[in-house]
Design a protein around this ligand. Structure first.
Ligand code: SF4
Ligand code: SF4
Length: 105
């Protein structure tokens, strides 16, 4: 799906899906993988300096982010990933289950 198709789909979906369910997520980074090449920010359509977030291991919190995912796709080091609320819930469950297995509950 092209970037424009994704935007059109998102716009269309917004009319059908309750606002509370449109949690698109955010870009998060593993700073230990970032080589500060700048490809992410260079390919950001709204000019966010993604590298500055990535090298510090911070999530992209710029309000201008349109959630296109370009930065994640172009990073040659796999530094960036898309994190949604669903991912956070799944990781919490996984951590809980691993804790229970370790304690024998
Ligand atoms: S493209 Fe990847 S490795 Fe390069 S600066 Fe951005 S996050 Fe770091
Ligand atoms: S998701 Fe898109 S708009 Fe947001 S920082 Fe990455 S490239 Fe820029």
């Amino acid at each position: 799906m092209s970037f424009l198709d994704a935007l059109r789909k998102r716009k269309k979906d917004e009319t059908a899906v309750p606002e509370a369910m449109i949690q698109l997520g955010r870009v998060v980074a593993d700073a230990s993988r970032c080589v500060q090449c700048g490809i992410c920010g260079y390919n950001c359509p709204v000019g966010i300096p993604v590298r500055d977030y990535a090298r510090q291991g911070l999530p992209v919190s710029d309000a201008a982010c349109i959630s296109c995912g370009n930065c994640v796709n172009v990073c040659p080091r796999g530094t960036l990933r898309w994190e949604t609320q669903a991912h956070v819930i799944v990781m919490d469950r996984f951590a809980t289950q691993m804790g229970e297995m370790a304690s024998g509950d």
